[in-house]
Design a protein around this ligand. Sequence first.
Ligand code: BG6
Length: 504
Amino acid sequence: MNSKKNHLPALIVIFGAKGDLTRRKLIPALYNLYTGNHLPEIFTIYCVDYLVNEKTFFKNDLLTGINEFSRNGIAEEIKWNEFASKLFYIQGDFHEAGTFSSLKEKANNFDNQNGQRSTQIFYFATAPRFIETIAEGLYKHKLCNRELLDRIVIEKPFGTDLNSAKKLNVFLNERFAEKQLYRIDHYLGKETVQNIMAFRFANYVFEPLWNNKYVDHIQIALAEQVGVGKRGGYYDSSGALRDMIQNHLLQLLCIVAMDCPAAYEAELIRDAKTNVLKSVRSYSDKEVFKNVVRAQYTRGDINNTTSPGYREEEKVLPDSTTETFFAAKFFVDNERWKGVPFFLATGKSLPKQVSVIVVQFKESPHKIFKGDIVPNRLIISIQPELEISLLFESKVPGLQMKLQAVDMDFTYQEAYTESLPEAYEALLLDVLHGDPTLFMRADQVEAAWKVVMPILNAWKKHPLEQLHFYKAGTWGPEAAQDLLKPYAKKWFQLPRMERMIGTL
Ligand code: BG6
């Protein structure tokens, strides 16, 4: 295996230093990479934001972010002080040339001190409306100007529809090489998600079964217990389809449905994934309403606590039609998957957080046992359980031939002593290392938008049609269960214990 240590000095610049992402994810991830000895020996981190008078509080704020959100808990004082000595705050407006000339000067000084050109990483942890402004600032000031050394990381949402994503791609591609652009989808950095390719392509036992001859259907569900919280302003113009399906769920679909690439190489893997997106069947308006369910949560109880309805959330319009729940049946029209439905679902304010991929294999064509024989099912649990299990029917010990589902499990907890890196640690290290495998290429993002456009368009034309509601703390509207018929009785989103007691 490659060591992921990059020996060149690194200049890391985070735009949007005061944002939640920096405090919750980026700084804790960089700190853990530092304490794990994964960062280059020489590095510096500049955090840029426009808020004044933050300088003095800035490092403390980041430290409390690490203490609260790092997987390793409270930062060690010595390590933190070492790390903090490389952290700097720049107060600057993204619209002003001065912000970039000052950065340029700092970058030059850094290189002069080290006697060599560093790798420059620019992380756009800002609202999407700043992407072009910052990119232009970098371009004009000849920052990020070495194709092989310098990279830009862009958070989702990348565009709000196909046209805006295309325009953004053109804008960025006119200024930077595509290989410098790292469009991040943090799901791809999750350990359990990265493991799906290993599971599929390093174990030939499943691959012969991974097609329409043996697979009945596949479910991919990312359920969240949290509501939109303080993100109502963003979410109300986004909704579950743009926020979760266009990126995270479609990427999971790609990993599950893709063909084996010729080698474990970034472009080959990204080609294989893009091919899946290009094969997803496009729906007419009528088909959208038949195959897609959208819904919004209303006031309800989660864990015995009253949770507000979506329309009561901060910065959400009182008559909003934005969906907080999405479920759909998709088809991947290629030779491997012709006729196999892929059910995708996601929602907020559901009873619990659980992300899971379920491959339901077909029933035996020749049944010799009586009764309801269902299992034959592979379950890949992404979070919070980290496991892969094969559910199969077994004879219950006793004097009768009675069958019951049991499971064969691989859990990370039992198999490994290593603690799991956070997705952002894995992804930031890949950026430093120049490995784009887990990032979205321009054509991939556009292909993903193409999949969701017919749905967005149908909803735009018929804003109120089939907008369902569900109480916070329930598993979404009944219509989502109906969608599964006749393939399954219900979504297999329940964790292991509930599966075992036969609720499915
Ligand atoms: C983000 C979405 O991309 O993913 C959020 O914008 C969502 O709405 C989050 O809550 C879920 O990520 P995770 O890693 O907590 O499952």
